[in-house]
Design a protein around this ligand. Structure first.
Ligand code: CA
Length: 413
């Protein structure tokens, strides 16, 4: 036996980014059907098998693990999340590793990875001040300012949960109505874009509403990377006065490993100073900070074209959750909400091509000497992120990747 194999599961399989300090959850199938797993390095541990017969597993956790994805865990609530993380941390850090536990570990390359949870509702926000200001500059240069409400509440809209897809799903170029000169014309989008976002995953034992900031902090299970694929020409034609619809709803992709909030304690940062007084239900002064130092990177066909910093987002996840339920709207387990495009001050920190190319009018130079305005068929977009962990370590948020497939055929006219 080599020295490496004498350590714990974490010693043997853990990597920088996916060590004992991270332990993101997902759904996988090693041949016996989809089930919940926890990632360590490039391997996944079968939670149901690893915790079977464990004397300290509560009935609630045992029931929670008896689902194909994370649905049961999300619906079990925050006390069970804490129990699970503690048990798994101990189990994967223990030596010696018994044979039974070793058999619950599978190489990720050898299994199928599924959607981590069933998305019950999906809301997308607009919480980067830099992004919102730049979009205003692009589309209303005569009045390049934030909307009246922007600093009073986190702006958002309800998206389509049915087309939230797992990373790796091909994105078929959507068709729709767009302006061609002054004529409304139906056809494949000419302005296909990505939006680099962070998604928050919600769990709750009961359907609740009017969630306070403090309660919100107990309902947010973890984070994923989210690509809010966008067809700008379709979006721009349809949006006034009600906001985006078909320009967004054809595909929203998320990373398959949900990083628990508990893994991000070292990444917490104060959100930017608010210069507008907040309504009591959004006033987060005095509570632990819900900004996070997540460092995103966007790759186009393998070339990094942007590194958006999440730490400067104006509104936090708990404020978004409190806001979306303050009117009595119901929060269900499995809810997903996106931060909106993450963008920083510099050009190389912009989280979408709309901003990177100024709506295609200032194409972005690439390493091979060509330029890009919007995405072409065959392009691949990959979004990754890291966060600081304890003791100088790194937490990886994994990746969300998608490849652009040509539009489906048009009926001849
Ligand atoms: Ca978005």
């Amino acid at each position: 036996m080599s020295a490496a194999q004498t350590g714990s599961i974490a010693d043997i399989h853990g990597t920088q980014g996916f060590g004992l300090n991270n332990l993101p959850y997902g759904s996988f199938d090693a041949g016996a059907g989809f089930r919940p797993g926890v990632r360590i390095g490039d391997s996944v541990v079968d939670l149901r098998a690893a915790l079977a017969g464990h004397p300290r597993v509560s009935d609630a956790l045992r029931v929670a693990l008896d689902t194909p994805s994370l649905d049961g865990i999300l619906a079990a609530g925050h006390l069970v999340w804490a129990e699970l993380r503690e048990l798994v941390t101990v189990l994967l850090g223990e030596t010696p590793v018994d044979d039974r536990l070793s058999k619950t570990v599978h190489a990720i390359a050898s299994v199928r990875i599924g959607m981590p949870f069933t998305v019950s509702d999906y809301v997308d926000f607009y919480t980067s001040e830099q992004h919102a200001l730049r979009v205003a500059e692009i589309f209303q240069p005569e009045r390049p300012e934030l909307s009246r409400a922007w600093k009073h509440l986190p702006i958002g809209y309800h998206g389509r949960s049915a087309t939230v897809v797992a990373s790796g799903t091909d994105v078929v170029r959507p068709k729709g109505l767009r302006l061609d000169g002054s004529a409304a014309t139906f056809g494949p989008t000419r302005q296909l874009d990505f939006e680099a976002e962070v998604g928050f995953v919600v769990g709750t034992t009961d359907a609740v509403s009017e969630v306070s900031l403090e309660d919100a902090s107990r309902h947010i299970f973890g984070v994923v990377l989210l690509n809010d694929w966008s067809a700008r020409d379709i979006q721009m034609f349809e949006s006034a006065p009600l906001g985006p619809h078909l320009g967004k709803s054809f595909a929203t992709a998320i990373s398959p490993w949900v990083v628990p909030i508990a893994a991000l304690e070292n990444a917490r940062v104060q959100p930017p100073t608010r210069d507008t007084p907040l309504a009591p239900y959004l006033d987060d002064r005095g509570m632990q900070p819900w900004g996070f130092d997540l460092r995103l990177a966007v790759e186009l066909n393998g070339e990094v074209i942007s590194r958006p910093p999440f730490s400067t987002q104006y509104w936090t996840a708990v404020q978004m959750l409190a806001h979306m339920t303050v009117n009595g709207a119901i929060l269900r387990s499995g809810g997903l909400f996106g931060s909106g495009t993450v963008s920083g001050e510099r050009r190389d920190q912009r989280g979408c091509l709309l901003e990177l190319t100024w709506n295609g009018t200032d194409p972005l130079p690439l390493a091979d000497g060509t330029t890009i305005s919007y995405l072409a068929d065959g392009d691949e977009v990959r979004i990754t992120a890291t966060a600081p962990g304890a003791g100088g370590s790194t937490i990886s948020l994994g990746e969300v990747t998608g490849w652009i497939s040509p539009a489906t055929a048009m009926k001849p006219v």
